[in-house]
Design a protein around this ligand. Structure first.
Ligand code: AMP
Ligand code: ZN
Length: 118
């Protein structure tokens, strides 16, 4: 197990949420992942799923190591919120053109209504 300071980036907003230095509305937490409400929701349910280890995004090779845990968490959370059967959308923004604002891997879960066609 890595020490906390090897796993986290002290300048990263989501690492600060992991360390509870910045408050967030947590929905789910386990050893490897955290789920919290997006502060500017784009749908009636808008959650962010992140690994507890700092990984800069989907193009970071270390993101592969985290994906099983993230997938498992998405399944647990959508079940818990009763949106697994109704449906939901997963979004990952990557890089400048993809408008990624926070450089810590995160999946957006959008749900709670019938979403617009992309
Ligand atoms: P992205 O553009 O994919 O990097 O998404 C970053 C998301 O983080 C945006 O949807 C923001 O609304 C959200 N966000 C920024 N600051 C916070 C915060 N303190 N707590 C929760 N969500 C946040
Ligand atoms: Zn981070």
């Amino acid at each position: 197990m890595l020490e906390e300071d090897e796993m986290l980036d002290q300048d990263c907003l989501f690492c600060k949420i992991i360390q509870k230095k910045i408050p967030a509305e947590l929905v789910f937490e386990d050893d490897q992942t955290l789920v919290f409400k997006d502060i500017y929701p784009k749908a009636s349910i808008h959650l962010l799923v992140i690994p507890k280890k700092h990984v800069s995004g989907v193009t970071d090779p270390h993101s592969l190591v985290e994906i099983n845990a993230i997938w498992s968490t998405i399944n647990k959370v959508t079940e818990k919120l009763a949106i697994k059967d109704k449906g939901f959308r997963l979004v990952i923004n990557s890089g400048h053109d993809g408008r990624q604002e926070v450089n810590h891997l995160h999946f957006h879960i959008l749900a709670g209504e019938r979403l617009k066609v992309l």
